[in-house]
Design a protein. Sequence first.
Length: 397
Amino acid sequence: MKRILISLLALILCVALVSCTSDLQEIKRTDYTLDKGGQVDGYDCAYGMEELMNILSGIYDYDGDIVEMGKDVVDPIVDFDDALLFKGEQYSLPVRIYYYLMAGLKTSGYIGTDYNTLLGDEEFWDSLYPDLAINFKDHSMKYGMQVCKDMVASMHAYKDFGYTPTNNDAVSFESVLSVFGSVDALNEFYAAYGMNDTLLKEYFKLNNIYMGLKDYLVGLSGEYYPNEEECKEYYYDECVYMHQIVFSYVYTNPDRYVLYKDEETIESLRKQGKELYAKIVDNPAMFERNQHLTQEADWEQNVQGYFYTPTEIQEELYDAYKKLMPGEITAIDTPIGYYIIKAVDKTDTSYHMNEDRVITSYCEKIYSDLISPYYDKFTLDTVQYERYSFDEILLLK
């Protein structure tokens, strides 16, 4: 039973925004560098799942069928009150829930990846999100705020769309409570994140309606799930298919994009890109002849072209691409590299090669178009949003 409970806790940590481990600092991050495998949500430990489970087991006090939690709690580093982040006509979001959601996102980014152990903390958060000119810290804050907006909008919208919530939120809360064994133990642990049993129930309710409404609208059986013709139209009109030669201003460590810190290196790369582009302008055939100069290791696997949805690519590159006709070439100096790009003609064959990504991206757009009008139903308190810095948000222990 203990092994089952510990395995459940590991799954919760990797998959959900809830973490119930008592003291992850007991496990050195270098001891469990995550690599692709097949044990926990597609990942396994470098030295095996068995060893990790043994280490996790040693953290908990075991009594019968209950793993006693909440004994080695984290001290809060911020003062919480009952302030509201969003104030709405039908629903308002407490700052405490926002803080807790961000703690989950921060933990997910920090622990649920297979690269961060090779980077120092500061370098990890300041490294760049792949192919986007935004670092992990800013990306987490931006994504967290968007999730909060969509959650609050869902609370205003779900009745209008005829959606009836499930009771999954109650099931989720009871599952967490069963791990702690008592409300007092649960509250002791979550106090560091400004949460208690009442707010945790509210968070699960909020998340349940948010996720349920999204599936109700654009899930596989959703009313607004697009057909193939609509997806193809989105692909041809909005998605990116191009060749690219990149003189990158970032290096990988090992797969995190970290910006070169010296301007001399960046300027040298920029000069190489500009010189090659000048040759291509004079003779467009020079593009194909020099594709091997790109600093992307996977270019040979993308000889037919690189595919991106609109949200997977830097805004500067997307805007430059949208101005091109198939076969046309341009260059753009972005914050993370000098790009020479050539638009590729899209076909139904290339659509089917990327169909899953197209559908996912298009469903996200449809959902955004449906839910965004409800943003007018509430307002953001910017003072409360800026109240806690990213560094002050605790990792879930």
